[in-house]
Design a protein around this ligand. Structure first.
Ligand SMILES: Cc1cc2nc3c(=O)[nH]c(=O)nc-3n(C[C@H](O)[C@H](O)[C@H](O)COP(=O)(O)OP(=O)(O)OC[C@H]3O[C@@H](n4cnc5c(N)ncnc54)[C@H](O)[C@@H]3O)c2cc1C
Length: 508
């Protein structure tokens, strides 16, 4: 055996799993097909701009939060600087404007003042969401911690059970009457899923609680800093991280995942290299594992298990570099959700996700509002982002694809110009990334960065666990448990490593 664990992919899930395993003394190898680690958690350079690919905001670091404990363990706070955002977000809808404060009590009071008839319901909403956060923090995190199972579970975790059965919009409809209040609370639901009537209340409330209670953060210098830190940490613990190495197959021997074959992409004419390990951990998308990396009976089993699972949506991003910070053109907020006027109520959000770019709601993130470390002095970067789908871009010839991309960028920028007159003239760099761009750089099926859709029948126990049905094969990514986003992928990686360590200990 060449390694204890081989990790396919250096996204946050893969890097976190490898970091923990290497720290615990395992001999690990991470194989990444791209030329940088990070997957979606990455940046690229254009002129003098550092362009952030996949981070608008990351939820906070509550004292009892699992993520804070993981970062403390790896010393992340000593090597990576997190910048707290000035507010949660701003919503612009039907000419009305609401800025959601970065403080739970302030947010509650501001909402109660704006919607006095809904004051009791607002109190109940925040009590539920923060209560769910406490239940999650009290869940056992290791195999050896006491687990409550069976009929007693709902008694100890009532909010958790209720949240997994509800959708975010269904929950709002039961609690509130005012559509504007519901829209304000659901403005950033697109960070979780494209339809709030499908989005699991568990995912929405768990994430929102962390933002409400512990703030929102950006990584100074961009998310690549976190990915690079984790890759360096793995190497310092004796692990290896190889870039430009694409895994083409997972080898299953005696019905157990036993190794991989990979190809060094930069070396022309190189043959496939075969290596073996005790465990294989896929950070790569689970559908890719099922359809391309596995073969025979194990592929069939995983394809069957995932056949009915629905993937999440993808994203279209317009990356922007500004000659001068948008605040000089009148912008005052870090992130602004512009909900199109054709959206009359939260019931229209899902349909709007498929509307033309002249009507699709979008978020504008202005990194110039914080000390982001992304742009040279006196300049700034930003993004316009909207839900999108790979299927709308597939099968186009190159000319049509490029034309559609250009048009999408120009349409969205013109809509930003309406919000911030004069901003267009300050744009020095502009580039559009479609779902196919995400798919090309991360190999994520359908270009989704969220993994399987975060909907009630794919929540908690119904999601694929970190230990797969193929012996010796584990998952550590947004596609597995608990779910997508920076935090989801990091927790998945760490939980996966704990499971691998526990199983190896049992076998020894
Ligand atoms: C535009 C955009 C904005 C986002 N905004 C936010 C945000 O504000 N906040 C937030 O929390 N989350 C955000 N996300 C989501 C978040 O970035 C992802 O959910 C998370 O980073 C996914 O991590 P992951 O570990 O699942 O793997 P991924 O990032 O998907 O990485 C998988 C890695 O595996 C590699 N790989 C795949 N197949 C192979 C193979 N065969 N061989 C070798 N390597 C392979 C890929 O190259 C890739 O590096 C955003 C994502 C995008 C794209």
């Amino acid at each position: 055996m060449d390694y204890d664990s081989i990790i396919i992919g250096a996204g946050l899930g893969g890097l976190t799993a490898a970091a923990k395993l290497a720290k615990e003394g395992q001999k690990v190898l991470v194989l990444e097909q791209h030329n940088v680690p990070g997957g979606c958690a990455t940046t690229f350079q254009r002129r003098k701009f550092t362009v952030e690919v996949g981070l608008h905001e990351m939820d906070g670091f509550g004292e009892n939060s699992f993520k804070k404990q993981i970062f403390d363990e790896f010393g992340v706070f000593d090597g990576v600087e997190f910048v707290r955002l000035p507010e949660f977000y701003r919503t612009v809808w039907k000419g009305a404007d609401f800025v959601f404060p970065d403080n739970l009590e302030e947010a509650k009071n501001k909402l109660k003042k704006e919607f006095p008839d809904e004051a009791d319901a607002i109190e109940k909403y925040f009590r539920f969401v923060t209560g769910l956060g406490k239940e999650i923090n009290n869940l056992p995190r290791t195999k050896t911690q006491k687990r409550i199972k069976g009929p007693l579970f709902p008694l100890f975790y009532p909010k958790l059970v209720r949240s997994t059965l509800n959708t975010a919009a269904g929950f709002m409809d039961k609690l509130f009457h005012d559509e504007r209040l519901k829209m304000i609370l659901l403005s950033n639901a697109s960070y979780y899923h494209d339809d709030p009537y499908e989005l699991s209340m568990f995912y929405f409330a768990a994430g929102q609680n962390s933002y409400y209670s512990d703030g929102s953060y950006f990584i100074k210098g961009g998310s690549q800093k976190l990915s690079d830190y984790l890759a360096d940490y793995i190497r310092k613990q004796g692990g290896e991280v190889l870039l430009n190495c694409e895994v083409s197959a997972i080898l299953v021997e005696n019905e157990k995942a036993a190794g991989v074959t990979y190809r060094e992409k930069k070396k022309k004419g190189t043959t496939e290299i075969k290596i073996y390990a005790g465990q294989i951990i896929a950070n790569a998308a689970i559908p890719l594992v099922a359809r391309k990396l596995l073969s025979g009976e194990s592929a069939h089993k995983l394809q069957q298990q995932t056949a009915k699972m629905k993937p999440g949506p993808s994203i279209l991003t317009v990356y922007l570099g500004f000659k001068k910070p948008p605040k000089e053109t009148g912008n005052q907020h870090y992130s602004t959700f512009i909900i199109d006027d054709s959206v009359k109520s939260i019931k229209d959000i899902s349909e709007n996700s498929h509307a033309g770019f002249d009507k699709r709601s979008f978020v504008f993130v202005d990194y110039g509002m914080i000390d982001s470390g992304l742009a040279p002095e006196g300049k700034a970067t930003g993004v316009i982002c909207t839900i999108d789908y790979a299927s709308d871009w597939e099968d186009l010839d190159e000319k049509t694809y490029k034309g559609k991309k250009k048009e999408a960028g120009e349409t969205l920028v013109s809509r930003l110009e309406k919000l911030l007159p004069g901003i267009k003239k300050t744009i020095e760099y502009q580039e559009v990334a479609t779902p196919l761009t995400i798919a090309r750089y991360t190999l994520n099926t359908g270009g989704t960065p969220y993994g399987f859709a975060q909907i009630p029948n794919q929540t908690a126990k119904k999601r694929l666990p970190v230990k797969s049905i193929v012996p010796g094969l584990y998952f550590a990514s947004a596609w597995s448990s608990p779910g997508g986003g920076f935090t989801g992928a990091i927790l998945s990686g760490y939980t996966c490593a704990l499971k691998v360590l526990y199983d190896s200990h049992k076998e020894a």
